[in-house]
Design a binder for this molecule. Structure first.
Ligand code: FAD
Length: 319
């Protein structure tokens, strides 16, 4: 099978790329995944209200938003395949894409495999996920659940510092739970956190379980030196312990940064291989929002369309 454009991943980046590529009559093939790197629809399938995606004044449920994006991509001629890509070969042209069941050849690829927020997998975590436990302060911090109550943030890097500072806008008190005896955040962020009247830092502790009724009410902490266990009454627990970009598939082929994110060139979504672009969280450890993922998905599709048009003489299809 020979295709013009294959998109790998079905979060906001992948579907937006598909909508643009479909409208450009590229007849994109989109592998929406099965179980690798999350699930079809991506990270928003694991949340309830999305309140910051433009166009939905009253907010929209994450899975409903993703279903709408999928429908829109199908409407413009995208062929969606529910499977994980298990191997790619970008060394030879056309590129080779493989799942367990099929092998496909394509001139161009847009990688939108996203990232996975790391969790602690505490006892009680599943029960209170979206009911007090979250991995995104900017997404969930405005939820009334977290207004004028005490909440905890786990982590010691820049993201944790940023999330703790952001949450002080809503919470009455933010407890920053740091595993070691120091913050890894930049000096500026450290000083903002250390001097904020609403932030209390708990050194060398980790949460070990979550408790409550309908919503989170309390967590247990373990001292990392003595092993002593204590209780902290909080109505929110935010993980800021990093994300894992879904890039194992591309190791040794696409240039990755030290954290495993795909490197893109300047303002574009181009990777180190002509004909391969990367969009969304798989190449973005800074913004990590649905709208930025969708924005880069759009950019990747437009860049792919132009590149394919330029290559039209070399390939056998009409641009
Ligand atoms: C709990 C939670 C709540 C959030 N709330 C908000 C919010 O309110 N507002 C907001 O703007 N952002 C929110 N975010 C962030 C937002 O979800 C992400 O920024 C966005 O989903 C990134 O989109 P993406 O397309 O880059 O990738 P993802 O959404 O991560 O999707 C990646 C896709 O790639 C697929 N995939 C991975 N590997 C393979 C493979 N080998 N083969 C085929 N497919 C593969 C997966 O199945 C998935 O479909 C939230 C995130 C989380 C975790």
């Amino acid at each position: 099978m020979m295709e013009q454009l294959v998109i790998i991943g079905s979060g906001p980046a992948g579907y937006t790329a598909a909508i643009y590529a479909g409208r450009a009559q590229l007849k994109p093939i989109l592998f929406e995944g099965f179980e690798a790197g999350g699930s079809p629809g991506g990270q928003l399938m694991t949340t309830t209200d999305v309140e910051n995606f433009p166009g939905f004044a009253e907010g929209i449920q994450g899975p409903v938003l993703m279903q709408q994006m999928r429908q829109q991509a199908l409407r413009w001629g995208t062929q969606v395949i529910t499977d994980d890509v298990i191997a790619v070969d970008f060394q030879e042209r056309p590129f080779r894409i493989a799942t367990t069941d099929l092998i496909m050849y394509t001139h161009a690829v847009i990688v939108c495999t996203g990232a996975t927020a790391k969790r602690l997998h505490l006892p009680g975590e599943e029960r209170f996920w979206n009911n007090g436990i979250s991995a995104c302060a900017i997404c969930d911090g405005t939820n009334p659940l977290f207004h004028n109550v005490e909440i905890a943030v786990v982590g010691g890097g820049d993201s944790a510092a940023e999330e703790a500072l952001y949450l002080t806008k809503y919470a009455s008190q933010v407890h920053l739970l740091v595993r070691s005896d120091r913050l890894r955040a930049s000096k500026t962020m450290q000083s903002r956190v250390l001097n904020h009247s609403k932030i209390q830092i708990h050194w060398q502790v980790l949460p070990i379980s979550a408790h409550g009724d309908e919503v989170l009410q309390q967590i247990q902490l373990q001292d990392q030196i003595t092993g002593a266990i204590s209780e902290l009454k909080v109505n929110g627990l935010f993980y800021a312990i990093g994300h894992r970009p879904n890039t194992r598939l591309f190791e040794g082929q696409l240039a990755l940064d030290s954290q495993g994110y795909i490197k893109t060139t300047g303002k574009s979504t181009a990777t180190n291989i002509a004909g391969v672009w990367a969009a969304g969280d798989v190449q973005d450890h800074l913004y990590r929002q649905a709208i930025t993922a969708a924005g880069t998905g759009c950019m990747a599709a437009l860049e792919a369309e132009r590149w394919l048009a330029e290559q039209a003489n070399a390939f056998s299809f009409a641009a």
